[in-house]
Design a binder for this molecule. Sequence first.
Ligand SMILES: *Cc1c(COP(=O)(O)O)cnc(C)c1O
Length: 375
Amino acid sequence: MPRPIQATIHPQALRHNLARARSAAGQARVWAVVKANAYGHGIQRAFPALREADGFALLDLAEAEALRALGWGGPILLLEGCFGLDDLATCERLNLWHVVHDPAQIHWLSLRRKARAHRVFLKLNSGMNRLGFSPQQYRSAWQHLQRLPAVGGVSHMTHFATADGPQGIDDALDRFAASVDGLPGERSLCNSAALLRYGSDAPSPRADASTLLGDWVRPGIALYGGSPTGLAADAQAWRLQPGMTLLTRIIGVQNVEAGAAVGYGAGFRAERAMRVGVAAVGYADGYPRHAPSGTPIVVDGIRTRIVGRVSMDMVTVDLEPVRAAGRAAEVGSPVLCWGRHMQAELAIDEVAQACGTIGYELMCALAPRVPVQVD
Ligand SMILES: *Cc1c(COP(=O)(O)O)cnc(C)c1O
């Protein structure tokens, strides 16, 4: 029997979440962001569920190639643009649109000869100070691109640093509007957080919602059912469904005496006699090692907690709530790390929050050794 760990990808959930994003997007077209192997879900597995998108955005040229091999003939956008001159030939061969965020990329474009071969998204640094031209540099970068024979169209984009938090997007939106004012070309601004908090479906839509939504929106995490704010309650309020389940089983049970310790470093001590289950999932599977005692986990449909340190291949879980609910909690009992199983659900964001991280990181960290099925 194989080790009883299994990840499941839920294409119906991805399809549903894409429809939610589209409904929030109004008239704008939707880039499905599938970077990092579709946030750990697998491009091959996610693609059939997301093919109703208007385009796919990612940043690895090999992933772009994989999408073309899957038969996607529509738009593909490279979110970090080209990493070197050679990549421009790949863009021509695969017909990839690409972001231009640095003068080096404009220089490489100036060396290409194929007329109007490149459709680019010029990126404004609207305050995040990661990628993009400053508002002062933006127009001259745009003019420079316009003059290059190899460039066949220039769109405008920015990325919000604080769309998920109380600071919101007002300042960034002002900088973007001022920088692109009067320039022709499509616009793209929104990630999941901006789309869901301020888009067409928002509780109190903004007066400038159509400016904000622009021509293209770029949801990522929402497609996979994760919350862009880190709060499981928000994903629920937006009616997103979990795209990934990580399920394993109990492989051993210990009767731990009062005062005895559990796991490496004796990181947990039992206050009273208790039964502890050993589940076949560890940090080598992508379960976060920094998950503290108390991190939620579901055994046999009953919500409980991990106790003691996460090790490479195992975690130890408190079986008392499971037994109190009248369940057996024995070798073979199912253990839901996140996602859904039978009637039980555990939001990946809840697990992430307990670990001081975000659902994005847990999805992306799903380890290659975990077998993945599509339901
Ligand atoms: C990753 C990314 C997105 C998607 O962000 P989510 O928070 O996952 O919706 C959108 N735009 C850019 C430029 C990105 O890098």
